[in-house]
Ligand binder design. Structure first.
Ligand code: NDP
Ligand code: OXD
Length: 324
């Protein structure tokens, strides 16, 4: 375990950031919070401080179940499935990132890929390889409906970006949300109407018991295909396991889906043997729709910790039962 020297009076922050540059996060946190020990957890045999918060991304199960337990568990991203799947001890509050930097990156991804598919850039790239001066036809954004699965932080911000470009936006969530500046549907009862009006399906759904496998053959077949946009497109920037990958492959091969942009997969990194790599109508990105940047996010993390320590309600609490 590497700490910052003598123990300080505020609770420490222990990092468990699998696959990320934990030293960069530690350096940034030390600059911003000189009054705390920042500990890059390197060995499970090392003793923990008596009082600490756990900042984690895909932590090993054992990290969440050590003694003493953390006071507060913070996801270093927006999603918390990587924590909840390990059933952390009940009673420890969990919080997640909601920050304009993270949200802005997701908006960039969603807008980029909606435009990419609107302008049929897959076909343009193939034409360039053939040296073919051929212009694929496409409708204007105003006659294309983007259906947002998930109308929380990421979904609503994406809607604003898409509406600014003229896309028609509709949304679908778990519960009824009033006052959204676009038509919205919710629950099982609203799903078919939502799908039937959607040309480009964009998912920013979290992975929960209710969403796993949700995007299956039945759902993909219900998307609109007779509008000016033609066969539909899927953009998945939520979580890989919300889609049934077998059904998705079938749909991409048999034309149920014209194309897809996939940022998240059931297994990450996407194995070299995955057929998704080789499909000409698929854009694969390596789960970087919205990366967590320590420079940008440290202030929000420390602010949430300070609220917790002051006894104020958390800004972004997670409901373990609901799963997000
Ligand atoms: P929010 O909690 O703000 O929004 C989640 C949305 O999903 C809400 O609209 C919620 O419905 C909806 N939802 C949840 N469960 C269901 C369900 N069973 N049926 C229908 N709708 C459901 O989360 P964020 O927008 O901040 O983030 C969403 C997810 O995006 C993260 O959990 C993460 O998985 C993913 N993400 C991916 C990134 C990437 O780089 N690929 C980066 C950041 C996030 P309701 O409105 O009723 O609450
Ligand atoms: C997140 C993510 O949840 O990067 O923030 O997927």
């Amino acid at each position: 375990m590497s700490g910052s020297g003598a123990s300080k009076s505020n609770p420490a922050i222990v990092l468990s950031l699998t696959g990320w540059d934990a030293l960069a996060w530690a350096e940034r946190l030390r600059q911003a919070a000189p009054g705390r020990d920042i500990i890059v957890s390197a060995g499970l045999a090392d003793p923990l401080p008596a009082r600490y918060h756990l900042l984690c991304w895909k932590p090993p199960r054992v990290v969440l179940h050590r003694t003493p337990p953390p006071l507060l568990i913070l996801s270093a991203g927006a999603g918390v499935d990587h924590i909840l799947k390990h059933q952390p001890p009940a009673g420890i509050p969990i919080t997640r990132i909601v920050d304009p930097d993270l949200t802005g990156r997701m908006v960039e991804y969603v807008v980029l890929h909606c435009l990419y598919h609107l302008r049929r850039m897959n076909e343009a790239a193939a034409n360039q390889v053939r040296k073919a001066w051929t212009a694929p036809a496409f409708p204007p954004a105003r006659s294309v409906s983007v259906g947002l699965m998930g109308v929380g932080e990421m979904g609503q911000a994406s809607a604003r970006g898409l509406q600014a470009l003229g896309f028609n936006v509709i949304g679908w969530g778990r519960s009824a949300r009033t006052h959204l500046p676009f038509a919205s549907y919710h629950g099982d009862g609203g799903l078919d109407a939502f799908l039937g009006a959607t040309d480009i399906l964009v998912s920013t759904l979290p992975s929960t018991p209710a969403t796993r496998g949700l995007i299956n053959a039945g759902v993909l077949k219900k998307l609109r295909r007779d509008g000016p946009f033609g066969p539909p497109v899927l953009i998945n920037a939520g979580r890989g396991d919300t889609a049934n990958e077998y059904d998705l492959l079938q749909a991409l091969r048999d034309g149920t889906l014209r194309a897809a942009s996939l940022d998240v997969f059931a297994t990450e990194p996407l194995p070299a043997c995955s057929p998704f790599w080789g499909l000409p109508n698929v854009v694969v990105t390596p789960h970087n729709a919205a990366d967590s940047d320590p420079e940008a996010l440290t202030a929000a993390i420390l602010a949430e910790i300070e609220r917790f320590e002051a006894g104020a309600p958390l800004l972004n609490p997670v409901c373990a039962v609901r799963g997000y």
